[in-house]
Design a binder for this molecule. Structure first.
Ligand code: ATP
Length: 205
């Protein structure tokens, strides 16, 4: 049975934080590939055109053969829900043990995800601690325990583990804000992504 990880996100734009998380997962868990899935219509978010976000991910991961980007989202209409992504990818990659990579902030919202009762148990959750409110690793662990307990109360049983990563405070919103303010984003995103943003004048840069 192959071991694959899904890394879903808006990637508006992709940045070094995403890349460090995905690379870490690859080395800390026996997975063969990380499948990046840019969401077409992310719930609760307005985002740049899918085509731009996709191209930036393609450029960012080009030199890592264990990373691949999936277009499953293109063939679906309406809001992008994780459960549909997993079902669709399972038809492309049968006989797979699935992992799902998320940042801590996203994992906290898991109990409210669409059809979480089905989704949560279909994959092993890999959680990246994230500098949001300055949580320590112990606090991150306890947040994950709380999410697990909340789900257990609803008879939803999950497997999860925290990744050990250097905490990186970069976020897509920070990149967008800096572009809007005319500030440099060099060293916050790969050069290929920085050039793409400039060329297409994304985010008011
Ligand atoms: P935004 O600032 O617009 O909310 P974002 O930086 O969180 O965007 P997303 O594409 O929404 O980027 O994130 C995709 C996934 O990557 C989410 O699970 C998110 O928690 C995680 N993630 C993003 N940046 C980091 C980071 N610096 N450290 C750990 N996890 C991260």
């Amino acid at each position: 049975m192959q071991q694959l990880a899904i890394f879903g996100g808006t990637f508006d734009p992709v940045h070094w934080g995403h890349l460090i998380v995905a690379e870490t997962a690859l080395h800390q868990v026996p997975i063969e590939h990380v499948i990046w899935v840019p969401s077409l219509n992310p719930p609760h978010k307005q985002a740049a055109l899918f085509q731009h976000r996709l191209e930036m991910v393609q450029k960012a991961i080009a030199d890592q053969p264990a990373f691949t980007v999936s277009l499953v989202e293109i063939y679906r209409h309406g809001t992008s829900y994780a459960i549909n992504t997993l079902i669709d990818l399972s038809t492309f990659y049968p006989n797979t043990h699935w992992y799902w990579i998320v940042g801590l902030d996203t994992f906290q919202t898991l109990p409210r995800w669409h059809r979480v009762d089905e989704l949560a148990q279909l994959c092993h959750w890999l959680i990246a601690p994230r500098l949001i409110r300055g949580e320590t690793i112990a606090e991150s662990q306890s947040i994950c325990n709380q999410v697990e307990q909340e789900l257990t109360k609803r008879s939803i049983h999950i497997h999860w583990q925290l990744l050990t990563i250097p905490l990186v405070g970069v976020s897509s919103s920070l990149i967008r804000d800096r572009c809007r303010d005319g500030q440099s984003i060099r060293y916050l995103v790969p050069e290929s992504v920085r050039n793409y943003i400039a060329k297409h004048n994304l985010y008011g840069s």
